[in-house]
Write a protein that binds this ligand. Structure first.
Ligand SMILES: [Zn+2]
Length: 300
């Protein structure tokens, strides 16, 4: 069973779950099927983490499970609301007709993912460099354990910003709503895989896909050290931007994660929503410094 999870979990999520989502979106079937797939993906994520955890202790809630459920419910509701706006926006785009609607549906989805990935990667990178954006993004970096569900844990304003930048070029090009639905499902699956506490293997694909092995480096708590591997779907843009980082020997514990400069970041949901707008939510002057060794827990 552990071997099945080690090598089968990611293909199941990327090919079976995403594949089913693409087929449902292409067929124009009820969108409730996509909501069902999101619940299935979350359930499989939790189950796989029980069978083959990367760190057993990361499966244990630290008073964060209900909060993360609220984050997920709010953020996914926001996603559904955003999708409802897509047909309105595409109807008024001046460039309607450019979208390659004659391509096979799955190719349209893959192309949209690559374009969205660039926008989301750039917003993510900017969120680590620009203090006002870091305030919003810090909510996501406050986690001390990596597990699938906390991929959906982020400030709703930051999610809105990522979505807006990632999807605007696609909407301007006239992306059909059905493609947007498929991409949205793929994003949820990707967030679950990227933060997963499953010790899975994907071979050399770890160089290309933005999965948990590379993403753990992004959650290292020291300023500058965690400014790597920004991609959501792929690491292609990180390779081009020079922000790719990976060390196969590196092992992670809770002591490595979070924010060294903000060890007491609020845990409660509403307090996390408010924190970016409080003085304590600002970057410290040390945040700009990037220590060369992660042994200097003074910033970020
Ligand atoms: Zn980040």
């Amino acid at each position: 069973m552990r071997t099945l999870v080690r090598y089968g979990y990611v293909p199941f999520m990327l090919l079976a779950v995403n594949g089913a989502g693409v087929a449902i979106a292409a067929a124009g079937a009820s969108k409730l099927w996509l909501v069902g797939l999101v619940f299935l993906a979350i359930a499989v994520s939790f189950a796989a983490e029980r069978v083959l955890p990367y760190r057993q202790e990361w499966n244990a809630a630290r008073g964060d499970d209900r909060r993360d459920a609220v984050h997920a419910a709010v953020n996914e509701s926001l996603t559904i609301a955003s999708l409802a706006v897509v047909p309105v926006l595409t109807a008024i785009t001046p460039f309607d007709g450019i979208w390659p609607g004659e391509w096979p549906f799955v190719v349209q989805v893959l192309a949209a993912i690559l374009v969205a990935d660039l926008g989301i990667t750039l917003v993510h990178l900017a969120s680590h460099k620009i203090p006002a954006l870091w305030r919003l993004h810090a909510v996501h970096h406050s986690v001390k354990r990596a597990y699938g569900f906390n991929g959906l844990m982020k400030h709703p304003l930051h999610q809105t910003l990522e979505t807006a930048v990632g999807f605007t070029p696609l909407i301007l090009l006239g992306m059909p709503t059905s493609v947007a639905y498929a991409v949205a499902l793929c994003a949820v699956v990707q967030l679950l895989l990227q933060h997963s506490n499953v010790d899975y293997r994907v071979g050399p694909l770890r160089l290309v896909l933005a999965l948990n092995q590379a993403h753990r480096f992004h959650h290292l708590k020291w300023a500058g050290v965690g400014d790597v591997n920004f991609g959501l779907f792929t690491l292609l843009w990180d390779h081009l931007l020079g922000t790719y980082s990976y060390d196969p020997k590196r092992q992670f514990t809770s002591d490595d994660l979070g924010m060294a400069a903000k060890p007491n970041y609020p845990d409660a949901y509403l307090a996390q929503l408010a924190e970016p707008f409080r003085s304590s939510g600002a970057c410290t002057s040390d945040d700009a410094k990037a220590p060369t060794e992660p042994a200097a827990p003074t910033s970020h």
